[in-house]
Design a protein around this ligand. Structure first.
Ligand code: CO
Length: 135
């Protein structure tokens, strides 16, 4: 069901510092910060040959990653995003398997403008999973 690894998201306390580490120390291509007010985050993409790393920093009062940063002051891995071809049938199968789809269980438009859902970490080895429907 799952296809390619689309991205790994890391929440960071300082976006500039994190971008500098990836650009300088690790020698990666790093994009300019992109504020996504609707999603409560500012993102920086680290572009790798086979996937991307998304550096996330809270934006605004109601950020979905603010709590994570309170619990992990130095930042840390937040979620893994896998691609699926058909999100509705993926959700049906996951519900059938007993997995917990977060929120109202319906796809919403994610930070990249594509339909996504998040799956509860308790069912997936302690890892928050994002599924993204790619055309
Ligand atoms: Co993501």
């Amino acid at each position: 069901m799952i296809g390619k690894l689309n991205h790994v998201a890391i929440v960071v306390p300082d976006l500039e510092a994190a971008a500098a580490v990836y650009r300088g120390t690790l020698g990666a291509n790093v994009t300019a910060p992109l504020p996504l007010p609707d999603h409560g985050v500012t993102t920086v993409f680290v572009e790798l040959p086979n996937t991307k790393i998304e550096l996330l920093h809270p934006l605004g009062d109601d950020s979905p990653v603010a709590n994570f940063l309170e619990r992990n002051a130095k930042g840390g891995m937040h979620h893994i995003c896998y691609e699926v071809e058909d999100l509705s049938s993926a959700i049906d199968k996951l519900v059938e398997e007993g997995a917990t789809v977060l929120g109202d269980g319906k796809p919403s438009i994610g930070a990249h403008g594509l339909p996504v859902v998040f799956l509860h970490p308790k069912d997936f080895c302690g890892t928050l999973i994002e599924l993204e429907e790619v055309a």
